[in-house]
Design a protein around this ligand. Structure first.
Ligand code: ZN
Ligand code: ZN
Length: 72
């Protein structure tokens, strides 16, 4: 498997998804270390960019759901 996935930090609240959409890519790039969503203060979750499943351990090198390797 050569395709690499990214670990995306996201908020699962639907209202926040729109706010995140409007954020510039530069700003989004700084959101990686966030623990709480800046729009609703909810927990941020890490998601596999390949399959969209939630990853519960940020130290994983591979997605446990689709087997895609993560690039750091
Ligand atoms: Zn949120
Ligand atoms: Zn995956």
């Amino acid at each position: 498997m050569t395709e690499k996935a990214r670990k995306e930090k996201v908020c699962l609240e639907e209202q926040c998804a729109e706010q995140w959409e409007t954020m510039s890519p530069e700003l989004k790039a700084q959101c990686g270390p966030f623990v709480y969503c800046p729009f609703c203060a909810g927990d941020m979750v890490i998601r596999c960019s390949a399959c969209g499943e939630t990853i519960h351990d940020s130290t994983f090198n591979f997605c446990p759901w689709c087997g895609t390797g993560f690039k750091e």
